[in-house]
Design a binder for this molecule. Structure first.
Ligand SMILES: NC(=O)c1ccc[n+]([C@@H]2O[C@H](COP(=O)([O-])OP(=O)(O)OC[C@H]3O[C@@H](n4cnc5c(N)ncnc54)[C@H](O)[C@@H]3O)[C@@H](O)[C@H]2O)c1
Length: 359
């Protein structure tokens, strides 16, 4: 098992990564000391992992809240139902909430923990690759508003993250690939050596080799934790983690959040951001080929055929990261060297989109 730390002073917390963690009673007893525990999970994850986890927990009072499965349930209504469960169980301020599931469960359970009695402790037990390499670390919690994703939320750090790589064995392959997009993003924007490692070992990763899985989760968590420790509230460097996301969010929105999974839209977004960097003369053109080859081998899309570049441009202006000074984008100076830059002029962007969306 690997142990990392997210260094945030008094709010620092450990990330445990390895095999068999969901049923490791000794580790759970170390990470969860509360007497009252509410496990939040969903209808898909419950039959797979709830009994294992529950059987290994030592807390005298354990309740379970099972939510419906899906992004469409990441709402204020589900949030309120979790709060109802906490109140009905008579939970105090020293209770602990456990998020057992993917990013949806993690985001909503974290937000409930942030709000219940002005904040109780919570632990993330992420069961998707995306949640293990990205959403469970860093303390961004939220629910969606009917008109915009993640509009209601808080920065609220967990007490621990327990990433059991065995749980990835039951993940549908499309969801696994979507998580890989964020792993590739970490290499591309932050760590050239990791990107090269992925090029060499992608087959072992896709074959769910235990050592390879542990490596991608550990390296992703190391890279993300270092940035979160420096810039918890995304006033600067944390925005590098949004590489490919401004384009990606626009595609997700145009596709009505149905055509692509988040990671798939980010994969196409990374191709577009890479091509923008090349068009600006910042980046060696060979990087686009390397990226597209790696994404294709990881079973991720690299093109968004049939989209209007004008529509993408329009939506990008509405992106929440567009500030009063105008849109900014994460671009690349080299593999591993992401940089936050003002968006280039519309003509250049349109040109990149026109080739990138159709070719
Ligand atoms: N907080 C953050 O920093 C952050 C970062 C990125 C994404 N997010 C959020 O994360 C969410 C996406 O997370 P996600 O990709 O994990 O999606 P998800 O939570 O919807 O999980 C994907 C699917 O996999 C199922 N599942 C989960 N674990 C499984 C397992 N081990 N075996 C089989 N099936 C399993 C889920 O029930 C679901 O059907 C979005 O709401 C997004 O906004 C948050």
């Amino acid at each position: 098992m690997d142990t990392l730390e997210v260094a945030l002073g008094a709010r620092s917390y450990p990330i445990f990564i390895g095999s068999g963690i969901v049923s490791d009673s000794a580790l759970l007893a170390r990470a969860i000391i509360a007497r009252q525990v509410l496990i939040v999970t969903n209808t898909t994850v419950k039959p797979l992992y709830l009994d294992k986890l529950r059987g290994a927990l030592a807390a005298p009072s354990i309740c379970v809240h099972v939510m419906n499965d899906g992004e469409q349930y990441k709402t204020l209504e589900t949030f309120a139902a979790i709060i109802d469960s906490l109140i009905d169980a008579g939970f105090h301020r020293d209770a602990c909430l456990i998020a057992l599931g993917g990013g949806v469960v993690g985001d909503i359970a974290g937000f409930a923990a942030a709000c219940y009695q002005r904040g109780i402790s919570y632990v993330q037990i992420p069961t998707t690759l995306l949640a293990q390499v990205d959403s469970s670390v860093g303390g961004k919690t939220a629910v969606n508003h009917p008109h915009a994703k993640n509009m209601i939320g808080a920065f609220y750090q967990p007490g621990a993250v327990l990433a059991d790589t065995d749980t990835l064995a039951t993940l549908p392959s499309r969801q696994f690939a979507a998580g890989l997009a964020e792993v590739i993003k970490h290499g591309l924007a932050l760590d050239a050596e990791f990107f090269a490692w992925l090029e060499e070992h992608i087959d072992a990763v896709l074959g769910l080799d235990a050592e390879a899985l542990r490596h991608i989760v550990r390296r992703s968590c190391e890279l993300k934790s270092a940035i979160v420790a420096e810039d918890e509230h995304e006033r600067g460097r944390r925005a590098l983690l949004n590489f490919g996301h401004t384009f990606g969010h626009a595609l997700e929105s145009i596709g009505n959040y149905e055509r692509w999974l988040h990671g798939e839209a980010v994969a196409i977004g990374m191709v577009l951001a890479t091509r923008t960097s090349i068009a600006l003369g910042l980046l060696d053109p060979a990087v686009a080929d390397r990226l597209e080859q790696l994404l294709a081998r990881a079973n991720l899309p690299t093109r968004a055929e049939g989209l209007s570049s004008e529509r993408v441009m329009e939506i990008m202006q509405l992106d929440k990261k567009a500030s009063a000074q105008g849109l900014s984008l994460v671009l690349l100076n080299a593999i591993g060297a992401g940089v936050i830059a003002p968006a280039p002029d519309a003509g250049l962007l349109r040109g990149v989109l026109e080739t990138g969306l159709r070719e």
